[in-house]
Ligand binder design. Structure first.
Ligand code: 4NP
Length: 159
């Protein structure tokens, strides 16, 4: 695709408190590290479910990001049909997110809807729900998200 137009990216998971705010934070950090903010000025996250709307990210997501020097700032919100007009890329974590998003994506939307893990050069497509597991799940998510962030920038021909 053309890299002339600014690109916007929305990350989506179920609750918007664990994986997608981590993806938003890590991707924004990666974009900044490569001085690409003018190419990708809009990065956000949302959830398919509404039960955590308004909440700050899970403390385990925040501490994992902080341990790697990545700042996190977000309040959970629910994804909407309008997001498919607002964002060029809507990238989700697992197959359940993907099917939920397919069911709300307007037929005329040009947004690219994919698993974020499709951009992982190690080919780990699913970023598993870490909510009921231990902190090692968050660390694993972090490593996948870091690889996929670089992978997405390469796909966009920005690296
Ligand atoms: P997330 O994780 O989708 O990565 O934000 C979850 C957060 C909350 C719940 C499930 C997954 N929950 O069941 O409340």
């Amino acid at each position: 695709m053309s890299t002339e137009e600014p690109i916007s990216v929305l990350f989506v998971c179920l609750g918007n408190i664990c994986r997608s705010p981590m993806a938003e934070a890590v991707f924004a950090h990666t974009v900044k590290k490569h001085n690409l903010q003018s190419k990708i000025p809009k990065i956000d996250s949302a959830g398919t479910a509404s039960y955590h709307v308004g909440s700050a990210p899970d403390s385990r997501s925040v501490s994992t990001c902080k341990a790697h020097g990545v700042p996190v700032k977000h309040h959970a919100r629910k994804v909407s049909k309008n997001d498919f007009e607002e964002f060029d890329y809507v990238l989700c974590m697992d197959e359940s997110n993907l099917s939920d998003l397919k069911s709300i994506k307007p037929a005329n939307s040009k947004a690219v809807l994919k698993l974020f893990g499709e951009f992982d050069p190690e080919g780990e497509r699913i970023i598993e729900d870490p909510y009921y597991g231990g902190t090692q799940g968050f660390e694993h998510n972090f490593n996948q998200i870091t690889r996929a962030s670089e992978g997405l920038l390469k796909h966009l021909k920005l690296l």
